[in-house]
Design a protein around this ligand. Structure first.
Ligand code: GLN
Length: 581
């Protein structure tokens, strides 16, 4: 059997220049050469997973099928590879130490002294091998978070060195470095990249490829300068300028023969050459001319003076996939929830703000936690409901849609989620008893309802129309057999990813139903409400999910609910009235 090949992707000069997308793109181009490829992320944090990190600090918390709460780059890998990964593909410093210490406590080292070196890097290597085996991979791409030279990723670089020492021809190292530009129109400066390579050299590592990230393309003299000073052939220094769409990157890499360089380095021969579907998708993204205007009402936008879109990255990508599939340019607008707070708790409140929503073809209220911005989100949802503007709620968005409906349609004044108001007169959203216990014990880490769970979709609803015949139905049929779910054969079952503590309170379900709220998706035992919507006769598209459909949206397999939402948005009459068709 051929030996497993490893490609490590590290960052130089600074973080946040697209190392994750570069790793995902490398995975994609090698997949197109007929290899089984998997991708793995190493985060240098002591946090055991990403679940306890604030999104404005670390970006979106992505969730895998098995419930792993991880870095948003895992989302990039899944989207580019068009596959679902598992917790085996993610590790943090904290998780590595935790398992090492647990093993030590159970005498797995039989009295030996357990040391930072070699035991930590060896644990890292073992985990990489396990993940590759699980995914039956020929090639594993491993992204090391942070930037070389940081104290916190030294042990991961040591793991690369150890692997390379024994398997030189099986290990390639890619450095994604940043080249600052001196003034507008000025030269790209190569010196910081040269220093980054020296830092790698001092860890006994030499990059095989340098991806030169910069605002603009790298010209020949500077390419040669980097190559000469860093001991590389100049074709192994690849220009990676800013692009309009991240989905162009695999194709750009192929123009520079990146897969060829890596295959040569790893002694591999291509098995096929098939980037067809990806190219077709990318061509579509270039061909669209008319926009669909989507507003996203959130709160994790600002960090100091900066605006961050990272907290909602999967939502943004999911909108893009659906828009492209429907032949539209995704035009996404950020709306600050606080600006719609009727009590003026937000920053720029005016009653007229709600009217601004009419300019959008559709509005999304995504997931979130806690108190801030809540009344703003609720008044947005109420306005969208009344004005018949397409609305799509995700997780907290679904819970707040239920609260809004309870208050303003079902007459339950004072309805709320107990996440915000513990003593709500009508706790229409409440915590499950098992969750309450965990909260009392301060067990916050990895204790939410996490990962993929089945839901049964009600016939004759928006949700049923969207899911019917989709890849979710096919996958659902497969998994219901595996999970031995006892359900009539004609029930439409889907599996979707969750991350929440609160649920629609079963006590109020009947009352809300009577007043016209449709629970179009429920857990197979009907205990948990998974999708709510308004009937087509009442609203062109008012639908919200307790789960996170954005996590399973892929460029080559857009999510059916996002597609349904975009379809409805496209049909919005342009006179701003949101009239029914
Ligand atoms: N805060 C809500 C809950 O915990 C919703 C979570 C979310 O939107 N991801 O249930």
């Amino acid at each position: 059997m051929a030996s497993l090949k490893y490609i490590f992707v590290t960052g130089g000069v600074m973080s946040g220049v697209g190392k994750g997308v570069a790793a995902a793109s490398i995975a994609k181009i090698l997949q197109s050469k007929g290899f089984a490829v998997t991708a793995l992320k190493i985060d240098p944090y002591v946090n055991v997973d990403a679940g306890t990190m604030n999104p404005t600090e670390h970006g979106e918390v992505f969730v895998l099928d098995d419930g792993m709460e991880c870095d948003q780059d895992m989302g990039n890998y899944e989207r580019f590879l068009n596959t679902s990964l598992s917790s085996a593909n993610y590790m943090t410093t904290g998780s590595v130490y935790l398992s090492l210490i647990n093993r030590e406590r159970s005498l797995a080292f039989e009295g030996k002294c357990v040391e930072v070196v070699p035991h930590v890097p060896l644990e890292v290597i073992e985990r990489i091998n396990k993940a590759a085996k699980k995914e039956k991979a020929d090639i594993v791409i491993v992204e090391i978070g942070g930037t070389v030279g940081e104290y916190q990723n030294v042990l991961f670089l040591e793991a690369v060195r150890m692997l390379k020492a024994r398997n030189h021809d099986d290990v390639a190292l890619v450095l994604v470095s940043y080249l600052p530009q001196q003034g507008e129109g000025g030269e790209l400066k190569t010196k910081p990249t040269q220093y980054a390579v020296r830092t790698l050299n001092s860890a006994a590592l030499q990059p095989d490829v340098i991806l030169a990230r910069a605002k603009i393309a790298l010209d020949k003299p500077r390419k040669e300068k980097i190559a000469f000073n860093c001991n590389l052939d100049s074709d192994a220094v690849i220009s990676a300028p800013d692009v309009k769409s991240i989905y162009d990157i695999p194709i750009n890499f192929e123009h520079d023969n990146l897969s060829g360089i890596l295959m040569k380095r790893l002694r591999l021969k291509p098995r096929k050459n098939d980037l067809k579907d990806w190219k077709a998708f990318v061509n579509k993204t270039h061909a669209v001319t008319k926009p669909v205007k989507v507003g996203i009402v959130g709160k994790y936008f600002s960090s100091g003076e900066f605006v961050l879109a990272d907290s909602y990255i999967s939502v943004i990508e999911a909108v893009k996939h659906a828009a492209y599939a429907e032949g539209r340019i995704p035009e996404i607008h950020w709306l600050n929830a606080g600006d719609f707070d009727p009590l003026g708790v937000g920053t720029k409140m005016s009653k007229d703000n709600l009217k601004l929503l009419k300019q959008y073809d559709g509005v999304i209220v995504p997931g979130g936690f806690g108190n801030r911005g809540i009344e703003g989100k609720i008044s947005v949802i109420g306005y969208l409901r009344e004005q018949k503007i397409p609305f799509f709620g995700l997780c907290y968005g679904m819970q707040l849609a239920t609260v809004e409906f309870a208050r303003n349609v079902a007459g339950l004044k004072g309805a709320h989620t107990t996440e915000v108001d513990k003593k709500a007169t009508y706790p229409v959203i409440d915590i499950l008893p098992e969750q309450r216990e965990k909260m009392a014990q301060k067990e916050y880490g990895a204790t939410m309802r996490l990962g993929a769970y089945p839901a049964v979709v009600e016939k004759g609803t928006h949700a049923h129309m969207a899911y019917k015949g989709s890849h979710f139905q096919i996958e659902g049929n497969k998994r219901r057999k595996e999970d031995k779910l006892k359900l009539p054969a004609d029930e439409l079952v889907i599996f979707e990813r969750h991350r929440h503590r609160y649920e629609v309170n079963p006590i109020y379900v009947e009352k809300l139903q009577e007043k016209g709220l449709v629970f179009s998706g429920t857990s197979p035992d009907r205990r948990l409400m998974e999708i709510v919507e308004l009937p087509k006769t009442k609203h062109p598209f008012f639908l919200a999910t307790q789960f996170h459909p954005e996590f399973t949206a892929r460029p080559l397999a857009p999510h059916p609910l996002f597609v349904a939402f975009v379809k409805a948005a496209i049909q919005m009459p342009k006179n701003g009235k949101g009239k029914m068709k």
